[in-house]
Design a protein around this ligand. Structure first.
Ligand code: BV8
Ligand code: ZN
Length: 223
């Protein structure tokens, strides 16, 4: 069994998803799709940097929920996630593939390869790459940016090889990540979906369990 997760996995830990960000007060007037893009960063690097600092502090305050810990306990499982938070790692999960990078690090925007972990409780402001002098930016994949080749290759392999794909808390609208569900299905995997609502993946489900991740996931993975 392989898990494939989106922001709904961390929702009960209090990590605001993009949609929450739009309704969540301070940032409501900004479009997350714009802020999480190279164009948004070019237009207003300070604003983007403040948005990530806000999200980093929220994640630092958050705790892994029952779904993270249930997944982490299954050390044999590979966990493919769209989430950039570090809650699966903090829950002790060993095999985590982050398709959209990590908010817990900054990297050089000029792709010189320099990357460094950051203190999520006291996130850094805009600064230049110590290696090449270009701007540093969060080590996440923005809209319009390609996914890390190695993470994508590993995730494709895991989804091709698995018997069951446990799809947790994703609306399955962002590609190419969401395409992994169809890829697993066409390779013969059973598709189990855990979500509070129907999603774009519902038509691919062999089993769809409507409920909260922190309640349903532990119930499925019970030893
Ligand atoms: C790419 C990191 C090409 C950043 C993220 C036009 C212009 C440019 C690009 C495109 C375009 N049209 C289409 C595209 C492609 C685009 C795309 O798919 N857009 C969508 C919106 C149509 N994709 C890309 O740009 C990707 N790159 O295509 O590159 C390319 C190729 C070669 C060379 C160069 C370029 C890159 C996409 C990655 C974007 N980065 N995150 C950051 O976080 O700051 S995406 C981000 O949003 C998340 O990672 C996640 O993937 C996505 C969705 O987030 P949310 O909506 O918040 O969460 P989710 O969808 O998971 O929904 C929450 C779900 O949980 C819901 O279903 C809800 O019911 C459920 N839920 C809630 N609570 C619970 C629950 N379930 C269970 N329990 C609960 N308690
Ligand atoms: Zn650099």
């Amino acid at each position: 069994m392989v898990s494939f997760s989106g922001a709904g996995l961390s929702a009960e830990s209090g990590v605001p998803t993009f949609r929450d960000a739009q309704t969540g007060g301070l940032w409501a007037k900004h479009d997350p799709m714009r802020l999480a893009s190279p164009q948004g960063f070019a237009d207003d690097p300070q604003l983007v940097s403040q948005w990530y600092a806000h999200r980093r502090r929220a994640i630092a305050e958050a705790q892994p929920n029952g779904a993270h810990t249930a997944l982490a306990r299954r050390s044999e499982m590979i966990h493919v996630t769209q989430n950039v938070d570090d809650l699966l790692h903090r829950a002790g999960a060993k095999q985590v593939i982050q398709l959209h990078g990590t908010i817990a690090a900054d990297r050089c925007h000029a792709s010189c390869g320099y990357e460094e972990p950051i203190d999520m409780t006291d996130p850094p402001n805009l600064r230049n790459c110590p290696e090449c002098g270009s701007q540093m930016r969060p080590a996440v994949v923005w809209f319009g940016e390609s996914l890390p080749n190695s993470a994508w290759a590993e995730a494709e392999q895991a989804c091709r090889d698995c018997d069951v794909l446990l799809v947790i808390g994703t609306s399955a609208v962002v590609y190419p990540a969401a395409g992994l569900i169809g890829l697993a299905k066409s390779a013969g995997a059973g598709i189990i979906i855990v979500n509070t609502h129907q999603s774009d993946a519902s038509s691919l489900a062999d089993v769809e369990l409507l409920g909260k991740a922190s309640e349903v996931v532990p119930a499925i993975l019970i030893d």
